[in-house]
Design a protein. Structure first.
Length: 103
């Protein structure tokens, strides 16, 4: 299991991550809207040859690398105003990863 404490979202723009070393990475998301409930979280394993783009407002965990060292190209919004909301769970949340959950 994976233990997490928080999720974040970007209310003014999407955010993309493109792996540069070809390593798999984990994606943890919850629907846009109200702060995420632990039961709404979905975990996926991304291949190292694909990127991910989080839509505006989608709750997600910061990048979760599977390799000891990794590099990503991050595409984010530029401009005035706060574009990152963070939500901290009252208690740590345990996520069970299923190796068949590839995207």
């Amino acid at each position: 299991p994976l233990t997490i404490k928080m999720m974040e979202r970007h209310p003014q723009g999407s955010q993309a991550f493109i792996p540069l070393k070809g390593n798999q990475f984990l994606i943890l998301v919850a629907p846009a809207g109200d702060p995420p409930a632990p039961k709404s979280l979905k975990a996926f394993i991304a291949r190292g040859d694909q990127g991910i783009n989080y839509h505006i407002g989608v709750w997600h965990h910061p990048i979760l690398c599977c390799a000891q060292q990794d590099d990503f190209l991050v595409v984010d919004r530029e401009g005035a105003g706060n574009n990152c909301d963070e939500y901290f769970f009252a208690e740590d949340v345990q996520i069970q990863l299923d190796p068949s959950e590839y995207i």
